[in-house]
Design a binder for this molecule. Structure first.
Ligand code: AMP
Ligand code: TRP
Length: 383
């Protein structure tokens, strides 16, 4: 059986929230599909991660099924790989708790994803304070008044007010952030380390989280004795960061405000084609891959290259004498065909089959996770 042989192991997962898009597909899932031949694979629907931001229960329930179906339609083969739902194996949250006790606040406040989602950045408190200082004391002209009138009391009161306001607004913002959102990377470390994972294939926004999993593994091993493998991250060369169609400066995101940002895997193909035609491009007209100066067209080239497995240089050559319009029209057709094929497979999978596959997957994964947790409990002295 392939599942129990000596091949190295990979583990990865996607949150069942929002609309899975071609960024998730090209950045993460296509690597998984390819890696099935050479690795023992475990793919997880990480529902406990999804609830770190509010979810509607009935929508979440549907998204869990949808995410698993997307794995299957993309070519994850349950005969070769384990697919399961995170909350079906309680070892994940148990190990997360234990890891919480060897993780420091500073490990988590530096996480880019936390800073973005929570809107607080402890690492640039000084900059925040000096920005509001500049704004309220210098740019407002207050400093001139203080200098002219030599008013020490005004100077002190103004300084006090700036610092007070800054601290208040930071506290207000921090205090409303959910603890789950903060702790999210520790749960992810538990996911990865429970399975003696060698490699974690993800999009490049997850590198920092995998780095923390590596640190936690090393820290635990140092303190309590060798248990954990230190996993490697695997990022695709091209496609690791697909950018938003409406703003190529930021990554394509499930939680984007506008659905013009992404092509969802469940988008109606004609609608998706229109999104490509409307995608933001750059000034100029040449079809050139240049992340710095032409982020819009570069992103579209990257999507084209990934979907058709054509090298970027060949695409540039093919469109040498053509403009954005021709290129976009072709890409729109490619996306349309890709989605039509994908959705045909997706629609052929029944909810009943998905539930059965997830249950069987959990049954296969559970003994591996429980064995690791048993060793951990022994090492720390609670068993
Ligand atoms: P998430 O949507 O945050 O659950 O991400 C699931 C997987 O898709 C992770 O491996 C991400 O790194 C990857 N991913 C998410 N957004 C993108 C993107 N815009 N480009 C490439 N990969 C992405
Ligand atoms: N945090 C990942 C994301 O948002 C999802 C995830 C949770 C994951 N646990 C994981 C990815 C373990 C790889 C391995 O994309």
């Amino acid at each position: 059986m392939t599942k129990t042989n000596q091949k190295p192991r990979i583990f990865s997962g996607i949150q069942p929230s929002g609309n899975l898009h071609i960024g998730n597909y090209l950045g993460a899932i296509t690597q998984w599909v390819e890696m099935q031949a050479e690795y023992n694979c475990i793919f997880c629907v990480v529902d406990y991660h999804a609830i770190t931001v509010p979810q509607k229960p009935e929508v979440l329930r549907a998204k869990i099924m949808e995410t698993a179906k997307i794995y299957l339609a993309a070519g994850i083969d349950p005969k070769r790989s384990i697919i399961f739902q995170q909350s079906d194996i309680s070892a994940h949250t148990e190990l997360c708790w234990i890891f919480n006790t060897i993780t420091q606040n500073g490990d988590l406040t530096k996480m880019t994803q936390f800073k973005d989602k929570a809107g607080v950045d402890f690492n640039s408190l000084e900059k925040g304070l000096s920005d509001s200082w500049n704004e309220k004391i210098f740019n407002s002209g207050l400093i001139k008044k203080i200098e002219k009138e030599k008013d020490i009391s005004l100077a002190l009161n103004s300084a006090h007010e700036v610092i007070w306001d800054f601290v208040q607004s930071f506290k207000l913002q921090f205090n409303k952030v959910g603890v789950g959102l903060f702790d999210y990377p520790v749960l992810m470390a538990a996911d990865i380390l429970l399975y003696n994972t060698d490699v974690v294939p993800v999009g490049d926004d997850q590198t920092q989280h995998v780095e923390l999993a590596r640190d936690i593994a090393k820290r635990f091993n140092n303190r309590f004795g060798e248990i954990f493998k230190v996993p490697e991250v695997k990022i695709k060369k091209e496609g690791a960061r697909i950018m938003g169609l409406d703003n190529p400066e930021k990554k394509m995101s499930k939680s984007a405000a506008s659905d013009a940002n992404y092509v969802a895997l469940t988008d109606e193909p004609d609608k998706a084609a229109k999104k490509i035609m409307r995608a933001v491009t750059d000034t100029g007209k040449d079809i050139l891959y240049d992340k710095e100066n032409k982020p819009g067209i570069t992103n579209l080239i990257s999507i084209y290259s990934n979907l058709t497995e054509t090298p970027v240089r060949d695409i540039e050559k093919k469109y040498k004498r053509k403009g954005y319009g021709d290129f976009k029209k072709d890409l729109a057709e490619i996306v349309k065909k890709f989605l039509a094929d994908f959705q045909k497979k997706y629609n052929a999978i029944s909810d009943k089959d998905v539930r059965r596959i997830l249950n069987e997957g959990a049954d296969q994964a559970r003994p591996i996770a429980e064995e690791t947790l048993r060793k951990v409990k022994e090492k720390i002295g609670i068993k």
